[in-house]
Design a protein around this ligand. Structure first.
Ligand SMILES: [Zn+2]
Length: 305
């Protein structure tokens, strides 16, 4: 075949490619976000008061400083009902910190001291939290990478809140020793108007990902649930983001709802390794983070239009 003939032969193919409805390029990088899960697991479990927690706190603080426009670190000591003193730290990574119109994404970064889930064979073990802890953090860090590369619309501010002390104790018996960081944030919010809405990401990297709507989100902020599930459907993720409520959960979003923030929980609670010693790297995937990350970025871009 001569060069001239080859050029002619390619022409119909080029025409076809131009006609096809190409999806927009992906901004979120699931593989990089998966690396953020691996990095967190190198610290061991991140139970408040332990060495792993101290090292993770330092890494998280320095990592977001490389990505965000400004960072607020909240440090305080929480005394538990048993009398333990826990050094805790929330981190708030801010993009366009001066913008009046803001949205908030959050995730907890601590892990649970006891593997006392219904399917756990050993409740004395600590939870490694590949999904319960590390996945939400990895998602927010992936969003931070996107916003560093391509900032949100100047009129839109985005805050990424990493909460501590979400999972320290029993949710029924000692409710003041869980959701500690979100409760602290609720009463120590940065100055300025409240965010338009908030989305909590928890357990978002299960290899077998299916995200049903969460009951307290549907009750507390149904319009935000619709916004997120619409964005997922528009991206072709309607089979992953299932359009019906299933579980009703006590999670960080409730502390924000209590102070008037329209907050919802994006969570895949059908996770057999939940609160077991098996919540490890082999249960999570970058592909799952990609899906939830695409939806999160779409929310930012949509609000900036
Ligand atoms: Zn948990």
């Amino acid at each position: 075949m001569t060069p001239r003939l080859r050029t002619l032969a390619l022409l119909p193919l080029i025409g076809l490619a131009a006609c096809r409805d190409e999806p927009p390029p992906r901004e979120f990088d699931g593989a990089t976000a998966f690396g953020y899960i691996e990095r967190q697991l190198e610290f061991g479990h991140r139970t408040p008061g332990t060495e792993g927690h101290r090292r993770m706190a330092a890494w998280l603080d320095s990592t977001v400083r490389q990505k965000a426009d400004s960072v607020i670190t909240q440090r305080w000591t929480h005394v538990t009902t048993k009398g333990d003193s826990l050094p805790l730290q929330n981190v708030i990574a801010r993009f366009n910190p001066g913008a009046e119109k803001r949205i908030l994404f959050l995730a907890h970064w601590d892990t649970r001291p006891t593997a006392d889930g219904p399917q756990s064979p050993d409740s004395s073990a600590a939870v490694m939290g590949a999904n319960d802890g590390a996945s939400g953090v990895a998602l927010l860090l992936g969003v931070a990478d996107v916003l560093k590369r391509a900032p949100p619309d100047p009129a839109l501010g985005v805050d990424l809140l990493f909460t501590d002390g979400e999972d320290y104790a029993d949710f029924t018996d000692t409710p003041t020793d869980v959701l500690i960081g979100s409760r602290y944030y609720a009463t120590h919010q940065p100055p300025g108007p409240k965010p338009l809405y908030a989305v909590l990401y928890d357990l978002v990297a299960d290899k077998d990902l299916q995200i049903y709507q969460e009951g307290n989100s549907v009750t507390g902020a149904p319009e935000v649930v619709n916004l997120v599930w619409d964005a997922a459907r528009d991206l072709g993720y309607g089979k992953i983001f299932v359009d019906t409520p299933k579980h009703v959960l006590i999670d960080d979003h409730l502390e924000l709802q209590k102070v008037g923030i329209r907050a919802i929980d994006v969570v895949d609670f059908d996770y057999p390794a939940w609160h077991t010693p098996y919540d490890t790297i082999d249960k999570v995937s970058g592909e799952s983070l990609q899906i939830v990350g695409d939806v999160a970025v779409a929310l930012v871009r949509r609000e900036g239009e």
